[in-house]
Write a protein that binds this ligand. Structure first.
Ligand SMILES: [Mg+2]
Length: 231
C-alpha cells in the first residue's frame, strides 16, 4: 500500500446514484406532463420502452453516429412515437425538464457520507467527472457533496474526457498532486480504471454490479465501506 495523499473520485454511478435519480425524475415528469392523458397506459410501460431506446441511442452516440443534442430529445420523441404520439414540442419540453430536474435529485449510494467524512480526515479529496459544469456542480451542491472536495474537474472544463490521460494529468496538476501519491476511485472500468492505469496512477474499481473484469485494477470493492480497510 502506497502512501497516498490525494484521492480522486468519479461522481456518477460511484457516489451519486444516477439510475435511482433518473427514475425519480422520469416519474415526476410523467406525472407533471400528464402523459397518461396523451394515451400512455402507465409509467412502467413508458419507462420500459424509454430505457431500451435510451441505451440504443447512447450506443450510437458512443460510436459517434449521433450528437448529444439529438440524443437528449430523440430518446423522448421516439418514446412518444412508440405510443403513437407525434409531438416533438412535447418531447423537447420533456428533454428540458429532464436536464433541469435530474441534477436536483440527491440519492447517493450507501455509505457515501460516512466514507467521505472518514477519508477527508486523512486525504485530500477531488472529483474527476465526464460531464457538464452546469449539471455536475448542481448535483454536488444539492446532495451536499461539495463540502468534501478540494478540486472538481469536469471534462467540459478542458474538452477532454476520461479515459484520455490528459484529463488525469490536468486534474493532478490542479490538485498539486503526484501520480504516485494519488489513487482514482470509480465504477467504470473503461473510463476510470483503464484511464487512470494508462496515466500511471493506482485505481479502486467500485464494482457494484459484479461485472466481468476487462482490466486488472489495483483494488476492487463492491461497496464503499470497504474503502476503510484500504485507505
Ligand atoms: Mg461513473
Amino acid at each position: 500500500m502506497k502512501n497516498y495523499r490525494h484521492i480522486f473520485f468519479d461522481l456518477d454511478r460511484t457516489l451519486w446514484d444516477f439510475e435511482a435519480n433518473s427514475l425519480i425524475t422520469l416519474q415526476e415528469i410523467f406525472e407533471n406532463r400528464k402523459l397518461t392523458s396523451f394515451g400512455i397506459p402507465d409509467f412502467d410501460i413508458f419507462l420500459k420502452f424509454y430505457k431500451t431506446y435510451n441505451i440504443q441511442l447512447w450506443d450510437l452516440y458512443k460510436q459517434g453516429k449521433v450528437e448529444k443534442e439529438y440524443l437528449s430529445v430523440e430518446r423522448f420523441d421516439g418514446t412518444l412515437r412508440h405510443f403513437s404520439i407525434k409531438n416533438e414540442e412535447l418531447a423537447r419540453k420533456i428533454a428540458k425538464d429532464y436536464v433541469q430536474i435530474s441534477p436536483t435529485k440527491t440519492k447517493l449510494f450507501p455509505f457515501v457520507n460516512e466514507i467521505l467524512t472518514y477519508l477527508k480526515e486523512k486525504y485530500q479529496l477531488h472529483i474527476i467527472t465526464n460531464g457538464f459544469n452546469e449539471v455536475q456542480f448542481v448535483k454536488l451542491k444539492n446532495s451536499r457533496l461539495d463540502q468534501f472536495f478540494t478540486k472538481v474537474i469536469t471534462s467540459e472544463m478542458i474538452g477532454i474526457q476520461k479515459p484520455n490521460p490528459k484529463i488525469f494529468e490536468y486534474a493532478l496538476s490542479e490538485a498539486n498532486a503526484a501520480s504516485n501519491e494519488s489513487i482514482m476511485i470509480g465504477d467504470d472500468q473503461k473510463t476510470d480504471i483503464i484511464g487512470a492505469q494508462n496515466f500511471g496512477m493506482d485505481q479502486v474499481f467500485v464494482d457494484y454490479n459484479f461485472e466481468a473484469l476487462i482490466c486488472n485494477p489495483s483494488y476492487r470493492i463492491h461497496h464503499l465501506k470497504e474503502l476503510e480497510g484500504l485507505l
